[in-house]
Design a protein around this ligand. Structure first.
Ligand code: PMP
Length: 452
């Protein structure tokens, strides 16, 4: 058995052997988590934390069905996908049953990054083009090909330069983005923002490079970059413009797929059942923490890839253990009515937060969410919308230290409190968060008065 290390020994070994770019949560006083169950995490001293951020532990940490599925398959066999195995085909059939037509062909990989990289390869092969349109502040993965299309990383001071084949469209953030709902009270924000993508296509930047649009890629709800809910009609129009220009549409569902939105299994479906991408990438929640991910596409796109004659082989992608786990996760989502729970608790959380915003409009600038995907944007002043970055950090820290509630912050100004808990999060959990959050928002207001 592994020997148990003291808290300090763990930190010392980490400092000695692990690359410093791998950052910890709560850098100043990190947590050592040794056990997880459902929506709770436990540290080395047995202290319990309410987990509001681990969307990867989709059906709850260490869900017994998922653990059993993995263990039983490990005892039986684990090998690559060059042998016939039921788990691979059953898993594919199950995912496809959740997809709208004509998305029906699966490729199994090991991470969201691998899925997005393969999606780009498929898109290039199918269209014969190279240029990619991505959203500002987006993150699509850590591979070289994906850092190139991830302004979340490209916008940092020492980041690599944006390559010429990448074009960045404004994020359709109706609160703080380029076009704001405040300034366009009666307009269709989705359509206005979609026109920004059309502008990139029409401006001939791509044509002058002797190129054409290969793909548009976006998360169907933008998590990295501040929990942005895409306005209605945005994806519908963008997908139309991109296809008219000869490109394909990639929906990155790595964070938000598998029912998090509460009403739809995939978040792109929020814009209407007829809004269908050409390629979908899924990951994180798919394995409830086990590394498994996939690309789902149309027969036409898959055929273009096949026509290259180059075989696709991925050593671990689609192995029987990963597939057993993914099948189990999808069964649990269905059997335990987790989407219904996400809808119910999500709506409750959102309406309570909206009440709080009405009470504290000088601190809470915006509340947005769908299902168990919620963002609360904190500001210093409703007129200027100046981001309350330091106060947001303080809330995240106080939540952990005083209340043992884990939340995170995000957004270009790091002033958005982010909630994306396991799907087993209850109304009682929501109440626990809301009560603490309200106290802290009231404290911020009191502190500000004292400063005046
Ligand atoms: N896409 C999105 C939207 C993500 O949030 C992430 C991970 N944060 C990735 C892709 C990359 O996934 P992975 O870390 O599994 O490679």
């Amino acid at each position: 058995e592994n020997k148990k290390l003291t808290f300090t020994e763990t930190i010392d070994l980490r400092n000695k052997y692990i690359g410093k770019s791998c950052e910890l949560f709560y850098k100043k006083s990190p947590l050592k988590i040794v056990r997880g169950q459902a929506q709770y995490l436990y540290d080395q001293d047995g202290r319990e934390y309410l987990d509001c951020i681990n969307n990867v532990a989709h059906v709850g940490h260490c869900h017994p069905d998922v653990v059993r599925a993995g263990v039983e398959q490990m005892q039986q066999l684990n090998t690559n996908s060059r042998f016939l195995h039921d788990n691979l085909v059953v898993c594919a059939e199950k995912i496809v049953s959740k997809m709208p037509e004509p998305l029906s062909v699966c490729f199994f990989v090991n991470s969201g990054s691998e899925a997005n990289d393969l999606a780009l390869r498929l898109a290039r092969q199918h269209t014969g083009n190279t240029d990619v349109i991505t959203l500002d502040h987006a993150y699509h993965g850590h591979l070289t090909s994906l850092i190139d299309i991830s302004p979340y990383k490209l916008n940092l001071p020492n980041a690599p330069k944006k390559p010429d084949h990448v074009h960045i469209a404004p994020v359709p953030d109706v609160y703080r983005g380029k076009i704001r709902a405040d300034d366009h009270p009666d307009e269709d924000m989705g359509k206005l923002y979609a026109l920004e993508v059309k502008k990139i296509i029409d401006q001939n930047v791509i044509e002058q490079r002797g190129q054409k649009v290969c793909a548009f890629i976006a998360e169907s709800l933008q998590s990295c970059g501040g929990q942005i809910i895409l306005p209605h009609n945005y994806l519908r129009d963008v997908y139309k413009y991109v296809r008219e220009a000869g490109g394909v549409c990639i929906a990155d569902e790595v964070q938000v797929g598998f029912g998090r939105s509460g009403t739809h299994y995939w978040a792109f479906q929020l814009d209407g059942v007829d809004v269908v991408p050409d390629i979908v990438t899924v990951g994180k929640p798919m394995g409830n923490g086990h590394p498994v991910a996939a690309v789902i596409t149309t027969e036409a796109v898959a055929r273009s890839f096949e026509d290259t004659g180059i075989q696709y082989f991925n050593t671990y992608g689609g192995n029987p253990v990963s597939c057993a786990i993914a099948i189990s996760v999808m069964n649990v989502v269905d059997d335990e009515l987790m989407m219904e729970n996400a809808k119910d608790v999500g709506e409750y959380l959102l309406s309570e937060l909206e009440n709080m915003q009405r009470k504290f409009p000088d601190v809470i600038g915006d509340v947005r969410g769908v299902g168990l995907f919620v963002g609360i944007e904190l500001i210093k002043d409703p007129k200027t919308k100046t981001p309350a970055t330091a106060e947001t950090r303080e809330i995240v820290d106080r939540m952990k230290t005083e209340e043992r509630i884990l939340v995170s912050s995000d957004g270009p100004d790091v002033n958005v409190v982010k909630l994306k808990p396991p799907m087993v999060f209850t109304r009682a959990d929501a109440d626990r968060f809301l009560k603490s959050f309200k106290t802290m928002i009231a404290d911020i207001r009191t502190q500000r008065f004292q400063l005046l």
